[in-house]
Design a protein around this ligand. Structure first.
Ligand SMILES: NC(=O)C1=CN([C@@H]2O[C@H](COP(=O)(O)OP(=O)(O)OC[C@H]3O[C@@H](n4cnc5c(N)ncnc54)[C@H](O)[C@@H]3O)[C@@H](O)[C@H]2O)C=CC1
Ligand SMILES: O=C(O)[C@@H]1CCC=N1
Length: 266
């Protein structure tokens, strides 16, 4: 399978990093096109893939084309390639807010799929949601699932839920990084060295997430297991509730969801 990326930015790098060591793809079958030559050189050297300015060298023969440019530049980039892609090629867009129906107008002969991944794909812990288009066959969806689940987990959702996914798991890593940074600051404030504090905070978030995923227990039940009567944890839980941390997180994700919806209407 030959995969070509249009746009070699942060998310493409995370996907390339996650999939380039997989047995089902060879780095020499991964192609990236980016406007910036220095970006191409960096990706080429770091991942031993092909990275070039302009997609002409691979676009006609790519089995899968992944659109990974910013929403604002999407249609300019689509115009550059739409007449060159192979009729059988699967077009996968990871662009936030861009509807399948609009993409299908540009690629009338191709199966088109929308995916919302996240940057933890770089460390094989990604979370992606896949929405299939009107011409997508089961085999095409299987290929998308193989790509995105090989560096994490992937679920199939209806397209109308893509804005929700975008705000929760697409943007989510940024919200969690802020929490980890804040937890680390608290550790430093209490006397820990910065690197020790970051490690304690990150491993605590990692372990807590693993417990939710592996025990299947409700997060509130797991929180109760930590919260001893009259102990230390309930003091912190009280402050978190008082300061509205839970409401702030709900509002942050809701704002990201609304922005994704608004981007789709432009
Ligand atoms: N960064 C993230 O965590 C996630 C991003 N996305 C989506 O992925 C897309 C890309 O996001 P990022 O990688 O963060 O953006 P980015 O700004 O890091 O990368 C975009 C790249 O595209 C290049 N580019 C622009 N026009 C081009 C063209 N016509 N041909 C070739 N290259 C071109 C730019 O030089 C830049 O390197 C966006 O649509 C975003 O909504 C989706 C999920 C998560
Ligand atoms: O911030 C953004 O617009 C993109 C989409 C989801 C994560 N990053």
């Amino acid at each position: 399978m030959k995969i070509g990326f249009i746009g070699g930015g942060a998310m493409t790098e995370a996907i390339v990093c996650g999939i380039s060591s997989q047995p089902w793809i060879k780095p020499q079958d991964i192609y990236v096109s980016d406007h910036k030559e220095d970006r191409c050189n960096y990706l080429k050297e770091k991942y031993s893939i092909n990275a070039i300015v302009g997609a002409q060298s691979f676009i006609k023969t790519a089995d899968v084309v992944i659109l990974a440019i910013k929403p604002q530049t999407a249609f300019k980039a689509v115009d550059e390639i739409k007449d060159s892609v192979d009729a059988g090629a699967i077009i996968i867009s990871i662009i936030a807010g861009l509807a399948l129906a609009d993409l299908e107008k540009s690629f009338p002969d191709n199966p088109v799929i929308r995916v919302m991944p996240n940057t933890p794909m770089a460390v094989s812990a990604g979370m992606s949601a896949i929405a299939t288009g009107s011409k997508t066959k089961k085999a095409d969806a299987n290929i998308a699932e193989r790509i995105f689940s090989s560096a994490g987990q992937a679920v199939i959702v209806e397209e109308k839920l893509m804005d929700a996914v975008s705000g929760l798991s697409g943007s989510g890593p940024a919200f969690i990084f802020i929490l980890i940074d804040a937890m680390s600051d608290a550790g430093v404030r209490a006397g820990l060295k910065r690197d020790t504090a970051v490690k304690l905070a990150a491993q605590t978030v990692f372990g807590s997430a693993k417990m939710v995923l592996e025990t299947g227990m409700h997060p509130a039940q797991l929180r109760d297991q930590v919260t001893s009567p009259g102990g230390t944890t309930i003091e912190g839980v009280h402050i978190m509730e008082q300061r509205g941390v839970r409401g702030a997180m709900i509002d942050a994700i809701t704002a990201a969801v609304e922005k994704s919806k608004a981007m789709g209407k432009k």
